[in-house]
Write a protein that binds this ligand. Structure first.
Ligand code: PLP
Length: 409
C-alpha cells in the first residue's frame, strides 16, 4: 500500500500558503509539480557534470553524454519501446506532433488521402493536421463527440464509416484534457492497422497517470511532455517505430545530425540523432529520467487508481452544486473535471477560488472547436494528481458554493 501522505511530502512547492490559505493545487492537467528527486537531479547535473554532449572527449562531456543517452534508455524502458533509438527528445507534445505532421506528412500524403482525428483534440493535435492537410491536399476528418455535455465520449459507430482505406493517418488523444474521458486507444490502434493507417497518440494527459506500453499498443508514434509527468518543462518525447523513423527526413537540420557535409549538401545520421539538430536539452532529459524513476517507484497502476478515484469523487461532489454543468462522462473518467456555471465566467471562478488558496484553470483549455460545439466559450477545470486528497475536493466544493452565493446563485 502506498502512503500518499509521504508522496505529498516529496513535493516541496505544496508546503506553502496562498492568500493566507494552504495551497490546494488542482491545475495538474496544465502542469504537475516536481518531486525533490527531480529538482535535485537538475542541481546535480549543473553542479557536477555540465558540458556539451556527443563529440566531447573530456570527462565532463562524457558524463553529460552518458547522462543524456542514459535518459533515452530510461524513457524507452518507461514506455517499453523496443530500442532507445525510437526515443526522440523534443520540447514537448506539441513539438513531437509537429515533427510527424511535417516530416511524415510531407513524404506520404497526397490529394485524396484522409487524415483522421477527433473532435476532442487539444489544439496541439489538431492545428498541425490542419496545416498538413492544407500542404498536401489531403482531407481532414473528425470522429464526432456524443452528447450535449460530451458525456457519451467519441462516437465509435462513426468510426466504422470514417476509418476507410483512404485514411493514411489516425491521430487521437489518450485522455481528454477537458472532458476527462479515456479513449479506447488499443481498439483505435487495432482498427487503424486494419485499414493500413498509421497511428499518432497524444499521451500528454496520460503519460504521468497510467501505465503505457507502446509495444502492446503497437502504435506508430506517441507524443508526450515531461512537465506533465513530474519532469521539467522544455523536454518531451516523440516515440516512433524504428522502421518509420529510418525512412523519415529530418524537420530541422544543423549540427549533430549529419554524417558528412560538403558545400553541395549533407547526409543524415540515423534516428534519434537525425531528429535532434543542435545542442539538446541535456539537463531536462536527465530530469525526465529521474521523473521516470520516481513514478515507477510509486507503482503506476496505483497512481492511475488514485487519480481516477479522485476524479470520480470530484465529479460526484460537484454534481450536487445547483446550476453546475459538468462536461464528460459520468463514469470511467480520469482525474480531470471541467465545469461551467451559467452566470459566472470561468475566469471569475478561478480568481475567486485563488482567494481560498485553490489553483484552478479557466478558459477554453486549447479546445476551442470542442467548446464551440458544446455552446461554451470556457470552463473551469480542476485536475488531480498523486499528491491531492479527498479533503481538497471539499475545499473546492466549499469555495465554489461561496462563489455562487457571491454572484447571486
Ligand atoms: N495534448 C494534450 C491533450 C494536452 O493536454 C496538452 C497540454 O495541455 C498538449 C497536448 C500540449 O502539451 P505541451 O504544451 O506540453 O506541448
Amino acid at each position: 500500500m502506498l502512503n500518499w501522505d509521504s508522496v505529498r511530502a516529496d513535493f516541496p512547492v505544496l508546503n506553502q500558503q496562498v492568500n493566507g490559505e494552504p495551497l490546494v493545487y488542482l491545475d495538474n492537467a496544465a502542469t504537475v509539480q516536481k518531486p525533490r528527486i527531480v529538482i535535485q537531479s537538475l542541481v546535480d547535473y549543473y553542479e557536477r557534470d555540465n558540458s556539451n554532449v556527443h563529440r566531447g572527449l573530456h570527462a565532463l562531456s562524457m558524463r553529460a553524454t552518458n547522462g543524456y543517452e542514459g535518459a533515452r534508455t530510461r524513457v524507452a524502458k518507461f514506455i517499453n519501446a523496443a530500442d532507445p533509438a525510437e526515443i526522440i527528445f523534443t520540447r514537448g507534445t506539441t513539438e513531437s506532433i509537429n515533427l510527424v505532421a511535417h516530416s511524415w506528412s510531407k513524404a506520404h500524403l497526397k490529394p485524396g488521402d484522409v487524415i483522421l482525428t477527433t473532435e476532442i483534440e487539444h489544439h496541439s493535435n489538431l492545428v498541425p493536421w490542419q496545416q498538413a492537410a492544407k500542404a498536401s491536399g489531403a482531407t481532414l476528418k473528425y470522429v464526432p463527440v456524443l452528447g450535449e455535455n460530451a458525456e457519451g465520449g467519441l462516437d465509435l459507430d462513426a468510426l466504422d464509416e470514417l476509418l476507410t482505406p483512404e485514411v493514411k493517418l489516425f491521430a487521437f488523444t489518450h485522455i481528454s484534457n477537458t472532458l476527462g474521458s479515456i479513449n479506447p486507444i488499443n481498439e483505435f490502434c487495432r482498427r487503424a492497422r486494419a485499414v493500413g493507417a498509421i497511428t499518432v497518440i497524444d499521451a500528454a494527459q496520460s503519460i504521468g497517470h497510467v501505465p503505457l506500453d507502446v509495444r502492446e499498443l503497437d502504435c506508430d508514434f506517441l507524443a508526450f511532455s515531461g512537465h506533465k509527468m513530474c519532469g521539467p518543462t522544455g523536454i518531451g518525447v516523440l516515440y516512433g517505430k524504428q522502421e518509420l523513423l529510418d525512412k523519415l527526413a529530418p524537420d530541422e537540420t544543423g549540427g549533430g545530425m549529419v554524417v558528412t557535409v560538403d558545400y553541395e549538401g549533407a547526409t543524415w545520421k540515423p534516428s534519434p540523432e537525425r531528429f535532434e539538430a543542435g545542442t539538446p536539452n541535456i539537463a531536462d532529459a536527465i530530469g525526465l529520467a529521474a521523473a521516470c524513476d520516481y513514478l515507477d517507484s510509486l507503482d503506476r497502476a496505483a497512481i492511475a487508481k488514485h487519480d481516477h478515484e479522485l476524479g470520480q469523487l470530484a465529479y460526484e461532489k460537484l454534481s450536487t452544486i445547483p446550476g453546475i454543468r459538468i462536461l464528460g462522462p459520468a463514469k470511467d473518467r480520469c482525474g480531470v473535471v471541467s465545469f461551467a456555471f451559467a452566470d459566472v465566467h470561468a475566469h471569475d471562478v478561478v480568481t475567486f477560488a485563488d482567494e481560498d488558496g485553490l489553483a484552478l484553470r479557466g478558459g477554453h483549455h486549447c479546445n476551442q472547436p470542442l467548446m464551440r460545439k458544446l455552446g461554451l466559450t470556457s470552463t473551469t477545470r480542476a485536475s488531480f494528481y498523486i499528491y491531492n486528497t479527498a479533503e481538497e475536493i471539499d475545499v473546492l466544493v466549499a469555495s465554489l458554493s461561496r462563489i455562487q452565493k457571491f454572484f447571486g446563485g
